[in-house]
Design a protein around this ligand. Sequence first.
Ligand code: GRF
Length: 199
Amino acid sequence: MLVGLNTESVTRVSIIVGTKGRGSNMVALAQHITADPGFVIHRVIGTKADAPAIEKAKELGFKTAIVPLGESFEKDLAAALDETNWICLAGFLRLLPESIVNRWDHRILNIHPALLPKFGGKGMYGHFVHDAVIAAGETESGCSVHYVTKEYDEGAIIRQERCPVLPNDTAETLADRVLILEHRAYFAALKEVAHRSRS
Ligand code: GRF
């Protein structure tokens, strides 16, 4: 098992994806990682083989692991993550088992499509987030990359990028604007914290 100080020159990153998303953050993050000699994708992990993000990961040639939800989820997830230095959640909407959060303490990141601490928490994902931002009359939104803890969306924020909320925005138009920020913010945040932890 390789957690803690990474003494090797390459940082192994596993991405845990959800069943609902398109996998666009996984693809963007994986492309940045592949282009950077300091990082490598260790595994793309999902709970269902037919999830769009898993299918995309396979098409791109990444090693995937399917860990179904169930009694042995915690044990099987730990096994799939073994030798992973950093974990990135991309559309995974559940809380991770406590033992995983503890073992990779401050080495698990998530991306959220709003400016936390506002508009986060259980059930705040996808259009629910953007609907809430518009309903609150916000003039600015964006994305947040943060550490994962035992609670939803509560870990320290590493990076935020901002964009305007326009008067005629719908959840869809706002989501599209925020997604562009997400695709560049995630790797920038990962790179920053991974480098910081090495020095
Ligand atoms: C993104 O909006 C991300 O912020 C959130 O889940 C969504 C996943 O979208 N965590 P995609 O599947 O990466 O396209």
